[in-house]
Design a protein around this ligand. Sequence first.
Ligand code: ADP
Ligand code: TRP
Length: 332
Amino acid sequence: MERVVSGIRPTGKLHLGNYFGAVKSFLQMQKEYDCFFFIADLHSLTTHPKPSDLHANVRSVLAEYLAMGLDPEQCALFIQSDIPAIPELYTYMNMNAYLGELQRSASFKEKIRTQPNNVNAGLLTYPVLMAVDILVHHADYVPVGKDQQQHLEMTRQFGNRFNRLYEQEYFTEPQAFSFTGELVKVPGLTGQGKMSKSSGDADTVIFNEDDEVIRKKIMRAKTDSGPTSLNQEKPEEIQNLFDLMALVSDSSTLEHFDQSYANCEIRYGDMKKKLAEDMVNFISPIRERIREVERDEGYLSKAAKIGADKANESANKTLKEVREIIGFRKFY
Ligand code: ADP
Ligand code: TRP
């Protein structure tokens, strides 16, 4: 079976954009591919989290993915720091990554700009660690967004360079992968661009948020004074509400409001009320499940252990072979 690897950053609470843009494809992929999904807690050390925050974030992301339906029996869902082969392989791969190419990475340049006071070596070699995450499982596919494509290109570069250096066809070339064929963009509530946690609290619908908060956020979403001519094109903030409705409401509801917009009869208050109800109906069962899983210490630890065992088996095999290829031979 072809292999898929993807890393999830343990930051913030999952929002509707994360679900439709990433988690939903993971749920499909776990049925069709040999999947390795992991929480990238080693990567997150570049931001120096407090130990208690680090643990709490990893825990809540794990609970969220399990609650949304990632099945530890179907895929390997694991925590990166549970796999000791990763930092070891990272050491080896760092020897073949050149300063110039690392400095040219777009994400590194961006960090220099946005956090000039914390330009650590981990940020510089972030693409090496990411390459190791992928190469260690000989991934065929990596479902990533546009922002990660350069990292994937570097992964291929590092894998191929290793192969050339040791004159072996060892590492597989991973390809970018979009499961749905087209990239989904979930709009935010503040009327500008995609839903993102970096655009602030009012922009996102978060899974771990109470019904009343969700209703309020939607009722506050920006609208205009309404269409003035028949079949008028919708401005961005209005189109966004329709796009959100398309995700959580049934098609007759969407058609109804589409028609009333085209006829200039739409009342945004009614539309938002309906959107809020449908959103709450979509979110609340998942939220309840998240809260259940978060309280279930036994399930969390069992799931993390199953994932770690699967990932360690795959990673240790690679590490053993790499050590052999490099020329480490035991004297005892
Ligand atoms: P954020 O933009 O809130 O910081 P992340 O960058 O952590 O979210 O995204 C994690 C995953 O969720 C990525 O695979 C990303 O492509 C997907 N994603 C995030 N926001 C959206 C969105 N608004 N629409 C579609 N996919 C999204
Ligand atoms: N760099 C990715 C991000 O910022 C997270 C990540 C780490 C990852 N290792 C990976 C993604 C391996 C895919 C494969 O979102």
